[in-house]
Design a binder for this molecule. Structure first.
Ligand SMILES: Cc1cc2nc3c(=O)[nH]c(=O)nc-3n(C[C@H](O)[C@H](O)[C@H](O)COP(=O)(O)OP(=O)(O)OC[C@H]3O[C@@H](n4cnc5c(N)ncnc54)[C@H](O)[C@@H]3O)c2cc1C
Length: 465
């Protein structure tokens, strides 16, 4: 029997998870696997880039979990510095461009995994493509930014957009001794958080010595000699001098090739996939930042560009390609980051998302400490919860605080995943000892308050004439 051929486009989390899982399940004489990667690295942690730029992580190599050579030893034919430039679904082949040798060739496939990730958003403003303007998505992007920051004549960085990646990179540049300004059109940074949590983030950013310009978007990148960025001009006319400009506006799925090939996209802009990560095109699979996922609470199809999902989705695609059976269960919007020593985390729906999904809800907030209040090292923590009106189903939670605060979100993510109501969360048997938590963990107090809010709301509505 002729051996089958799997082609993978994109050599990071989703693509190489899919390739590795398929390889694990099917022998080399049964399935040949060719993986194309535009950059130099495979299976790297983009999430670690800000920490490498800020010197918390020692070297670029530390961010790579599996090199092309290691994949090749695992019988995956990895072609780095090779970009796929076209997919011919009918002819069952891709066109690849060798970026080093500058030549194009075609490769046939029986099955295809589309795992091209996402790309940083670039606002359509003058000068956005100038030299010195950096989006950071891949390890090569991180290398390029770090090389710029190493230049003697670079001292001022403007980050356009206060998303979590923008803030992580802003902190990294600030740690390196740069003058950093973050400019964002919204009144609070990291728009995936509710504004009251966002204002804590804004305070932490400013306390770090980063200049935060809010409610004022970037209108243009001014260029100087050689067409290089020299300032960002805001919509209100402020000129923010910049030797380097970093894009922190978020990302969008990298779907151009899929679209050109006729692989259907959803209204969210990501590739449509089913639970097994099959696209609507025969024999074509997709995974990672480039696909849309089902939000388990809202039921909506959403694009959520996170490494957690990319790895899981790639694994699911690979198991199925390998002849097994696996499904991706959807997302609930769990995320965590830190700004200097402020930890922030979220899960479920934000207030805005809950409104958009049509829920009526109550919210509760509690300010407490990460350890027993009397215990050395106790840090402040705020837990905010959103629960559905009447039913009390937990819809969302956000946490902001110092060391030990953020990972508590996982308890609440698990509760949401299991469809728990706030009175059930309130009764959870969570661990306690003074070095780890107050006897009433902030998560439990927030649930209690949310439950009281649900009851009060129910009573008030029942009294309505
Ligand atoms: C700075 C930063 C910090 C982050 N922090 C976190 C975090 O803390 N937690 C978290 O969960 N997520 C985080 N993420 C997101 C996470 O890194 C991504 O969700 C994850 O990398 C997506 O994996 P992927 O395989 O879908 O896409 P990618 O990692 O983007 O990989 C896609 C690959 O495809 C290649 N490619 C694209 N087009 C082609 C083509 N035509 N031909 C050949 N190759 C191609 C690209 O070069 C790239 O290597 C962060 C991302 C960044 C950039």
């Amino acid at each position: 029997m002729a051996r089958e051929r799997l082609v993978v486009i994109g050599g990071d989390a989703a693509g190489m998870s899919a390739a590795s899982q398929a390889r694990k399940r099917r022998a080399v004489d049964d399935l040949e696997i060719v993986a194309f990667e535009r950059g130099r690295a495979t299976s790297y942690s983009a999430c670690g880039i800000p920490y490498w730029i800020g010197d918390t992580v020692g070297s670029e190599g530390d961010l790579v979990s599996r090199t092309p050579e290691q994949h090749r030893r695992n019988d995956i034919d990895v072609r780095i510095r090779t970009e796929v430039v076209a997919i011919d679904l009918e002819g069952r082949r891709v066109t690849a461009r060798d970026l080093e040798g500058d030549r194009e060739y075609t490769e046939p496939f029986d099955s295809l995994v589309y795992a091209t990730g996402s790309e940083p958003m670039r606002p359509p403003i003058p000068g956005i493509d100038a030299a010195g303007v950096h989006g950071v998505q891949t390890l090569d992007d991180g290398v390029a930014l770090r090389a710029e920051l190493d230049r003697d004549d670079v001292a001022r960085v403007v980050v356009v957009g206060g998303g979590y990646i923008g803030l992580e990179l802003a902190e990294a540049c600030q740690v390196r001794g740069m003058d950093v300004t973050v400019v964002d059109l919204s009144p609070t940074p990291v728009g995936t958080f509710d504004p009251d949590i966002g204002s804590y983030i804004a305070d932490a950013v400013r306390a770090m010595g980063i200049d935060l310009v809010l409610s004022d978007g970037a209108a243009a990148v001014e260029t100087g000699p050689g067409g290089r960025a020299r300032a960002v001009v805001t919509q209100s006319g402020r000129e923010l001098p910049a030797d380097v400009v970093v894009l922190g506006l978020g990302v969008r799925p990298n779907v151009r090739l899929a679209q050109e090939a006729g692989i259907p996209l959803g209204i969210s802009g990501g590739v449509i996939v089913d639970k097994r990560m099959r696209t609507l095109a025969e024999g074509v699979w997709a995974a990672g930042d480039c696909v849309e996922s089902v939000h388990r609470l809202s039921g909506q199809r959403v694009v959520v560009a996170l490494g957690t999902h990319a790895n899981k989705q790639g694994r699911v695609a690979g198991i199925n390609l390998g002849g097994g059976y696996a499904t991706f269960p959807g997302v609930i919007g769990t995320a965590v980051t830190k700004v200097c020593d402020l930890e922030v985390a979220r899960t479920g729906l934000s207030e805005k998302e809950a409104e958009q999904a049509g829920f009526s809800f109550v919210t509760a907030k509690v300010d407490s400490t990460t350890r027993a209040g009397y215990f050395p090292g106790a840090q402040p923590i705020r837990v905010k919860m959103t629960a559905e009106e009447r039913t009390g189903r937990l819809l969302g939670a956000q946490i902001v605080g110092r060391e030990g605060a953020a990972k508590r979100i996982d308890v609440l993510a698990t509760a949401i995943w299991g469809g728990m109501h706030v009175d059930e969360v309130l009764g959870l048997d969570l661990s306690y000892a003074p070095p780890f938590a107050p006897v009433w963990d902030p998560v439990l107090i927030a649930a209690r308050k949310a439950f009281e809010a649900v009851e009060a709301q129910t009573r008030a509505t029942a009294c309505d004439p």
